[in-house]
Design a binder for this molecule. Structure first.
Ligand SMILES: Cc1ncc(COP(=O)(O)O)c(C=O)c1O
Length: 419
């Protein structure tokens, strides 16, 4: 960062503050991770300078012969990871990947059936403030109140009633296994496309620790920055030659202009890492840590939606403690733990307050935390939540902050970076 520090002290100072924040906090936001320095180098490389509208060997600009190699490398690696035939690696984000899929397969006013935001779905699966809820007729399915699991009977009956053109399987805060085969059976019954959005589970999918949506889904989208541990962005995958043609046209020129070639190179780097044995061990640890953390919280009397997890995240149900998600998020942040408030199924409180917290282990595991450390993190969280419920959170902050600092110091983040 010598150039930044010399050229622009204000910007350098922001970089420095953020590096220190990441180093000094325990990161439990389930959608975040810490990329390798190799991914960051690619993302910060000269490929940022290149315009390359179009696709490899079919560009609207000259001088694309090198960036074509970056895009082809990313495509080859990501299709190998998922065991599918075709990929578009250009979407700038998960929301844009989903938008491109809708743009390629649907017309305004068509019906989609996705998991409702309240049950754990993503905004782009049909929530009213987004393009998906505004331009399409969106129907939401949910989970069983008793088990917290997807209610497949409800999915089937909603599909038969509303005859959606597309069904979305996937979620942002559903910690359990999704039965993609069952979703495909329901989709086939009503003649709908099946889109699997595995943004959260992707790292687990490609290491065989979570079901692969292929060969069931017609189209799969995923972000590249969550469990996949790559740069910000997304990809769209399919086994269908017909669909990839439509999807490519929908991404460019449909909804995006020039692809971010530096990010595509960084995606290729992350995919190379994801194909390694080391990544499989990492994801195995992520899952073990997440199961352990959820169990320890439950041992301490803290409610966990669906009674556990099959993925990198768990959703805490704070209703019995009489604490809101907003209060818990603020209290934990004061102790050096970053996480986010999250609705629980059938949440009586609005999304700005909520009755839950979503906790993820992908970032902490990258940092080196194992079950011993996640046990300690679960004890810390339990202590803070119970103190909050008893109205004396202030009395535990000093002790808890020092326990958080000890964990962070024992597992230094990006020690190679200086500031
Ligand atoms: C399931 C799912 N799909 C899509 C997205 C959107 O990704 P992005 O924030 O990159 O637009 C998210 C983000 O959290 C997500 O959880």
């Amino acid at each position: 960062m010598t150039h930044l520090s010399k050229r622009d002290r204000d910007a350098f100072d922001i970089f420095k503050q953020e590096l220190l924040r990441q180093r000094g906090q325990i990161e439990l936001i389930a959608s975040e991770n810490f990329t390798s320095l190799a991914v960051m180098e690619a993302a910060g490389s000269v490929l940022t300078n290149k315009y390359a509208e179009g696709y490899p060997a079919k560009r609207y600009y000259g001088g694309c012969e090198v960036v074509d190699k970056a895009e082809n490398l990313a495509i080859a690696r990501v299709t190998k990871m998922f065991g599918c035939k075709y990929a578009n690696v250009q979407p700038h984000s998960g929301a844009q990947a989903n938008m491109a899929v809708y743009f390629s397969l649907l017309k305004p006013g068509d019906t989609i059936l996705g998991m409702s935001l309240a049950a754990g779905g993503h905004l782009t699966h049909g929530a009213s403030p987004t393009f998906s809820g505004r331009w399409l007729k969106a129907i939401g399915y949910g989970v069983s109140e008793k088990t917290g699991l997807i209610d497949y009977d409800q999915v089937r009956s909603l599909a038969q009633q509303h005859k959606p053109k597309l069904i979305v399987a996937g979620a942002s805060s559903y910690p359990r296994t999704i039965d993609f085969k069952r979703f495909r059976e329901i989709s086939d019954e009503v003649g709908a496309y099946l889109l699997a959005d595995v943004a959260h589970y992707a790292g687990l999918v490609v290491t065989g620790l979570y079901p692969n949506p292929f060969p069931h889904a017609h189209v799969v989208t995923t972000t590249t920055h969550k469990t996949l541990r790559g740069p910000r962005g997304a990809v769209i995958l399919t086994d269908s030659e017909d669909l990839i043609g439509k999807i490519n046209s929908a991404v460019f020129p449909g909804i995006q202009g020039g692809p971010f070639m530096h990010i595509i190179l960084a995606k290729a780097v992350a995919f190379g890492e994801a194909l390694s044995g080391e990544f499989k061990q990492y994801m195995t640890n992520v899952l073990e840590n997440s199961k352990l953390m959820a169990k320890r919280l439950m041992d301490n009397g803290i409610g966990i939606v669906s009674g556990g997890t099959d993925s990198h995240m768990a959703v805490v149900d704070l209703r019995e403690l009489g604490v809101t998600g907003k209060q818990a998020e603020i209290a934990l942040e004061q102790c050096g733990i970053a996480c986010n408030k999250n609705g629980v199924p059938f949440d009586p409180l609005p999304p700005s307050v909520t009755s839950g917290l979503r906790l993820g282990t992908a970032a902490g595991t990258t940092r080196g935390f194992r079950v011993k450390e996640f046990d300690e993190i679960a004890q810390i969280i339990s202590k803070v939540l119970k103190a909050l419920a008893a109205g004396n959170a202030d009395s535990v902050y000093a002790e808890v902050r020092s326990r958080v600092s000890k964990l962070c110091e024992a597992f230094p983040l990006y020690p190679e970076l200086s500031c």
